[in-house]
Design a protein around this ligand. Structure first.
Ligand SMILES: *Cc1c(COP(=O)(O)O)cnc(C)c1O
Length: 507
């Protein structure tokens, strides 16, 4: 199984080095004649040496990137069980619309009268987002979920300053199960984080929350709460939590990354939310492997809407306009600008295409099927693995490592074993409130047959692990690279290629 080949290649998959290792500085993919009869106009700033770029022909460059892509697992290859990510099928219709020249070949600095259709498209998407959430306003420019959190918390900070309480209200409550971006955002915006415990059932511990809102609450800025939460559970007491935080004088930031589980069924505006980002790349499709691209439009309540970032779109009888300048006119209370232009245009087109092709009833079915599929996975695996909590889940099934007790194996061994079975591992060791967590989000776009195939593979690995199969400790066996030092890779990444010493190269 671990047999080595001379070339490092395996079964039609070629070994691939870095482009700098085989591309030569002396060769180039194009032959251009030396320019004749033209004097350089660069004066003395012409560079002395050639840039250290790898020269390759077109087929060489193409093969390099295609071979790299073959080493990547992708949603177009199979089920992607990552939890808290919503890696769903991306309909090709979205891609077709995103590539229409009227959307893709325009520039944000073009005169406004030449891009009226594009602005109208952004406005239409904004209307859908406001309708689906029952919120009065939306900031379209944030470019990811975390960026949307920053938008919402910056609006809250601006609202507190406008009330004259910006300096005193600094405390933000964050549940222990929160995604790491939540506390990071709060701190980035100058707040102090106070953690709320998780209850036995995986939800926010209401007693702990209420005890933190007893007595003097003049320092409370708000709460950042995910719903459904990162344990895949709906926060049943969400109205009570919203009321309590409002009574304390704070705002309710809802992390809407898991909107896929409730879209068309629940409107966050009905739950007392003041701000919520929507990860378009999770709920409304868009390929987002490798960390991008993202889009995190953030809906805002009436209380926060005046502080929304610029630019935003206004519509009157003369057409669509952009309000660009914070501190004046319509944007007099705006907290400022978050990025150069209007947001992620390519993702706006994909998201609106997804919405229009599903329709209101289709989006409701998205949520229902996402929840159904997750519960199917939970039911299929619960006799072998240990569900973290009792009862039904929402869009993701969460297991703990309790079933591995006495086996000598850990969650990581199951994740690595799954790679040999042809699947990208699920999310592991998150959320932190569950020991050795394994979080699986199948999404609504997987068929029963595909779910069965995945569950069979995972069940086999889990059974072997439970039985103490030592071989799993060295998995994966079939991946191009075996067990890597992931901590070292994250803490001390080598990001720069240095050419080998000439002596070495001559060897
Ligand atoms: C994905 C996610 C985020 C961050 O979103 P990005 O688009 O990756 O920045 C925040 N919170 C939760 C619960 C998430 O799942």
């Amino acid at each position: 199984m671990t047999q080595q080949t001379t070339s490092g290649s395996r079964g039609l998959l070629q070994h691939e080095g870095l482009i700098f290792e085989f591309g030569s500085n002396d060769s180039t993919g194009v032959d251009l004649p030396e320019p004749k009869g033209r004097k350089s106009r660069l004066g003395g700033v012409t560079r002395a040496a050639k840039p250290a770029l790898p020269g390759l022909s077109e087929p060489e460059a193409m093969r390099h990137y295609v071979r790299l892509s073959q080493k990547n697992y992708a949603i177009d290859l199979g089920l992607f069980p990552l939890g808290s990510c919503t890696m769903k099928h991306n309909p090709r219709l979205n891609e077709k619309v995103a590539r229409m020249p009227g959307f893709s070949d325009i520039h944000p600095l073009q005169p406004m009268y030449t891009v009226q259709g594009a602005l109208e498209m952004i406005e239409q998407l904004a209307t859908w987002l406001k309708t689906l959430t029952n919120m009065p306003a939306v900031a379209m420019s944030p470019k990811a979920g975390a960026h949307g959190e920053w938008c919402g918390m910056a609006a809250i900070r601006a609202a507190l300053y406008a009330r004259g309480e910006g300096e005193t209200r600094k405390r933000v409550l964050v549940p222990a199960s929160a995604h790491g971006t939540n506390p990071a955002t709060a701190v980035q915006c100058g707040f102090k984080v106070q953690e709320i415990r998780a209850a036995e059932d995986g939800r926010v511990c209401i007693d702990d929350l209420m005890s933190k809102l007893e007595g003097d609450t003049s320092d409370v800025a708000g709460i950042m709460l995910t719903n459904p939460n990162t344990c895949g559970l709906f926060e049943r007491d969400i109205r009570k939590i919203a009321d309590a935080i409002h009574e304390a004088g704070g705002y309710f930031y809802c992390d809407g990354a898991n909107f896929n589980a409730i879209v068309g069924r629940v409107r966050p505006g009905d739950l007392g939310v003041d701000a919520m980002h929507i990860n378009l790349h999770k709920t409304f499709s868009t390929p987002h492997g490798g960390g991008g691209p993202g889009a995190g439009p953030t809906v805002l309540s009436d209380a926060l809407a005046p502080f929304a970032p610029v630019p935003f779109i206004r519509h009157d009888e003369d057409g669509f306009h952009l309000v660009e300048d914070a501190g004046t006119g319509d944007a007099k209370d705006s907290f400022g600008r978050m990025c150069a232009f209007h947001g992620q245009m390519g993702m706006f087109t994909r998201a609106l295409t997804y919405m229009l092709s599903h329709g209101a009833d289709g989006l409701k079915q998205v949520a229902e099927d996402a929840v159904l599929n997750a519960n199917y996975v939970q039911a299929k695996l619960k006799s072998v693995m240990s569900p973290a909590f009792e009862g039904y889940c929402m869009h993701e099934a969460l297991f703990s490592d309790a079933f591995l007790k006495e086996s000598g194996l850990e969650t990581i061994d199951i994740a690595k074993g799954l790679i040999d079975e042809g699947y990208h591992p699920m999310t592991v060791y998150f959320p932190l409130v569950v020991h050795g967590a394994m979080l699986i989000e199948p999404t609504e776009t997987e068929s029963k047959a595909e779910l069965d195939r995945f569950c069979d593979a995972l069940e086999a690995v889990a059974k072997a692990a439970k039985a103490g199969d030592e071989a799993l400790k060295s998995a994966p066996y079939l991946a191009p690279l075996r067990r890597l030092d992931e901590t070292q890779a994250a803490r001390k990444p080598i990001l720069r290629w240095t050419p080998p010493e000439p002596a070495e190269a001559a060897e």
